[in-house]
Design a protein around this ligand. Structure first.
Ligand code: GDP
Length: 456
């Protein structure tokens, strides 16, 4: 029933632009096109051809805009349904009027991600690929884009499919043995079963091991700059913003007094949590200002602890050092252009250190490299082959598959009955299938697709 409606949405960003596109998907798409589009030549759609003409109002045929229209007949479309696109001028009002006309002809407004959901439901893409479509749209660095494109093209799905096939074979074997109890599982069969499942476990383990890097590539990392007043925090922030031309976002953070700026640092999307608002609050004494900045530490994946290397290590520095114990921290010895004075206490321990000058820019590359190696242990960024799971949803599903397979292997070793062993394998298969959406429930799909944008 859900599939029977025809849905429509504005697929281009809100605002003014050269072109605005209204996308329509469903059985009414062609009829709506024929009702609203006045062809310059001809009177019918040739599938996958762009036609020139005008969009008119459904009630009085008044021209709403000069436009181009394309109809992609099922199943050769993104959703595998008939899809109509009306390309008009990219103004908020004109695109909205065209959308209103489409809705008046019987379409309903699409929910976020609903086009992709239909592509998934109709079997054009699996769930990992649908998520990857959103990741392609949201990608902020070359590396995150490359990973998303590989997932979209099916590289991760293929790995999952290999695991599924292996487990399906094992399950079929166990089930056949249940059906023919007179043929006991012999020694050779046990060895074959064990090795098939162990291979699948290795593959799952490999994907789980890549999760941190996959997630970091997809989401980037959040970095908090802390240090006593005048250590050079603002200078460092400005230097990082200035030297990394790809400032991709400037969004207010989750709390009122934090601003996030995303920069592309050596291929890693780095969200700099700027506590400027805290520092510049006049009625807060400096110590209190530091305390409040320290309160933000849990929000960050990485702390850059900025020290003025031209001054002795102070009580304020110690306060901060105590607060960052146990946190992933890089010690930034700023003002390296001045004669060094600072003597670091032993509690700095193994924390990576980078000497640099936020003032002159010397050493910024070393900081960039230190951030990279802290988070990307392998050479993931440089590898065109790197395929990884990148969402908590993927990780949880694979982790539960892994537990089920461990149960299976120990059961097999203990000679437990085949019915129980089959249950473990079915659990594992179902968990693996959740990644690609094979066995995903509707409420999980709701959650996944509701994070998509409208019109995609
Ligand atoms: P914040 O209070 O920690 O944000 O520190 P600022 O970035 O405002 O810097 C404090 C002072 O140190 C300013 O006068 C800066 O010009 C100066 N400063 C910052 N970085 C450097 C540096 O690398 N070398 C030198 N010589 N001065 C610096």
């Amino acid at each position: 029933m859900y599939i029977e409606d025809t849905i429509a949405a504005i697929s281009t960003p809100q605002g003014e632009g050269g072109i605005g596109i209204v996308r329509v998907s469903g059985s009414l798409a062609e009829a709506i096109g024929l009702r609203l589009f006045r062809f310059c030549t001809g009177a019918a759609f040739a599938s996958h051809f762009l036609h020139y003409g005008a969009v008119v109002a459904p009630d009085d045929d008044a021209v709403l805009d000069e436009a181009m229209a394309v109809l992609m007949r099922a199943p050769r479309s993104y959703t595998r349904e008939d899809v109509l696109e009306l390309h008009c001028h990219g103004g908020m009002l004109v695109v909205e009027r065209v959308l209103t006309a489409v809705l008046a002809c019987g379409a309903r407004l699409a929910e976020p991600g609903e086009f992709s959901r239909r592509a998934f439901v109709n079997g054009r893409i699996d769930l990992v690929q649908a998520e990857a479509v959103m990741d392609v749209i949201a990608a902020k660095t070359e590396a995150s884009l490359a990973l998303a494109q590989r997932q979209r093209a099916g590289a991760l799905s293929e790995r999952i499919e290999t695991i599924r096939r292996a487990l399906t074979r094992s399950l079929a074997f166990v089930e056949a043995s249940i059906d023919f109890p007179e043929d006991d599982i012999g020694e050779t069969d046990t060895v074959a079963l064990r090795s098939g499942v162990s291979d699948a476990l290795d593959d799952i383990g490999g994907l789980l091991a890549g999760f941190d890097e996959g997630r970091i590539l997809r989401e980037g990392i959040s970095v908090l700059i802390v240090g006593k007043p005048n250590a050079g925090k603002s200078s460092l922030l400005n230097r990082l913003l200035k030297e990394n031309r790809a400032i991709v976002t400037h969004v207010p953070g989750t709390t009122r007094d934090i601003i996030e700026e995303t920069v592309n640092l050596g291929g890693l999307a780095v969200r700099l949590l700027d506590t400027a608002g805290i520092r510049h609050t006049d009625d807060v004494v400096e110590r209190e200002g530091i305390n409040r900045a320290l309160g933000k530490i849990p929000l960050a994946d990485l702390v850059l602890f900025v020290l003025d290397s031209a001054r002795p290590f102070s009580d304020e520095d110690r306060l901060i050092l105590d607060a960052v114990q146990g946190k992933t921290t890089i010690v930034v010895l700023n003002k390296s252009d001045l004669p060094p004075v600072i003597d670091l206490p032993p509690t700095v321990g193994e924390m990576p250190r980078v000497a640099l000058s936020a003032g002159t820019g010397t050493g910024i590359d070393d900081l960039r490299e230190a951030i990279r190696t802290t988070f990307l242990h392998g050479s993931a960024l440089d590898s065109r082959e790197f395929v990884a799971i990148s969402r908590v949803r993927h990780r949880d599903a694979l982790a539960s598959a892994r537990s089920a397979l461990h149960r299976f292997l120990s059961g097999l070793g203990e000679g437990r009955e085949l019915e129980t062993l089959a249950i473990d394998l079915r659990d594992a298969l179902s968990a693996v299938g959740q990644v690609t959406g094979e066995t995903t429930t509707d409420d999980i799909l709701d959650v996944v697709f509701s994070s998509f944008c409208i019109g995609k």
